[in-house]
Design a protein. Structure first.
Length: 377
């Protein structure tokens, strides 16, 4: 960023949770032996070194688990919930271990949260509840979840050995990465733009959220290269720790609390850098009308559709303090194919589509920072 000529390039300190996956495996023992691809879920406890060998109970929902709760005791519960939407289905990943532990299970597995699978397990954040024991929690593939379900339907006894070396360590220092183009007229008024710089340990995090981070950086690099200095400051923030704690988002809010009244707009790109279609905006009606007008500049690349409601995980805390926010909307068909897997690698990014994301972000950020009137709250 310094080499690109950006201003006020710095790291802002954030303490982040430290979770280590360790060695892990899942072996089907009966009705036949086979190794099942799996990923421990972020924040999970591990198993004893010899693993946990137990019978599996397959259920397709929390409701079914409640109905069959008496059969879960001492078993490994597989929550085989089909994907509906990410927002709905992710609940099984986040609190599945709590529901399984409440029913007396010794570990829990989920069907990976995805609409499409090439036998790839998906990781992601989970959490515990102090009222029930912390049990190991991992994801298996859609294919294998369905296979175990068929075995159960045939009346076969399913037994597996789950080994997880996962452990949690004390918080460690990290940082949000910040760079600016300082406004020439109202430098204290800020348009914030960014993605998150952390990713899961599997794959490269190319889509989630390397693409979004680099696209936001490219926006200010282009402005600088073109000699464009807007009236207000454009600040790129690459947030730390979106995936397992949102600590970067909260640190930004706390460090910049006194300036939030002068934050004009916050823009996040964290839905993949696929073909952009527009933005989802959260703010006043008056501001929405102005954003729609800016959107017309992007109609030529099909990226001018402004919908009501939108933002992002990293800008959530400052939006709750009153900052208008928006998220880049893209063709979302494939995002959850790769999300949080070993397959989230740079070859999945289409340079043309990513360039269009940069264009959409650049036009929106530049106009919001340079227009004579302030975007109203
Ligand atoms: Zn993300």
């Amino acid at each position: 960023m310094e080499k690109d000529g950006l201003e006020n390039v710095r790291g802002e300190p954030v303490l982040v949770p430290h979770w280590i996956r360790g060695e892990e495996s899942l072996e089907l023992v009966t009705p036949r032996r086979m190794s099942l691809p799996m990923l421990g879920l972020g924040g999970s406890v591990g198993t004893p070194p010899e693993g946990i060998r137990a019978e599996v109970l397959v259920v397709s929902s929390f409701d079914e688990l409640a109905l069959r709760g008496d059969q879960a005791k001492g078993k490994i519960v597989l929550l085989n919930a089909p994907f509906t939407s990410y927002g709905q289905t992710v609940t099984y990943r986040v609190v599945g271990a709590v529901a399984a532990a409440r029913a007396g299970a010794v570990a829990s597995l989920i069907r990976s949260v995805t609409p499409f699978s090439m036998r790839t397990p998906h990781t992601g954040q989970m959490r515990y509840d102090p009222s029930v024991p912390e049990i190991p929690h991992a994801a298996i593939t859609v294919e294998d979840a369905d296979m175990l379900k068929r075995m159960q339907e045939r009346g076969e006894r399913i037994e597996v050995t789950l080994k997880m070396g996962a452990r949690r360590l004390p918080d460690v220092p990290s940082r949000n990465v910040v760079a600016e183009i300082v406004g020439w007229e109202r430098p204290e008024q800020v348009v914030v733009l960014g993605g998150h710089i952390d990713s899961w340990d599997v794959g490269q995090g190319a889509m989630d959220d390397g693409g979004g981070s680099v696209a936001a950086w490219e926006v200010v690099r282009l402005m600088h290269a073109l000699g464009l200095r807007p009236r207000r400051t454009v600040r790129v923030v690459l947030w730390a720790n979106e995936e397992n704690g949102l600590r970067g988002a909260y640190a930004y809010r706390d460090i910049h609390r006194a300036e939030l009244a002068d934050h004009v707009l916050a823009i996040e790109s964290d839905a993949g850098v696929f073909k952009p279609v527009g933005f989802g905006f959260t703010g006043s009606d008056e501001a929405l009308r102005m954003i729609e007008e800016i959107g017309t500049l992007l109609d030529r690349i099909g990226a001018g559709t402004i919908t009501r409601g939108g933002g992002g995980a990293d800008i959530g805390p400052i939006m709750r303090e009153g900052v208008p926010g928006m998220g880049l909307s893209v063709d979302g068909e494939k995002y959850f194919w790769y999300h949080h897997t070993d397959a989230d690698t740079i070859d999945k990014l289409d340079p043309r589509e990513m360039a269009e994301c940069v264009a959409a972000l650049a036009v929106m950020a530049y106009v919001a920072a340079d227009m004579p009137e302030l975007l109203p709250r």
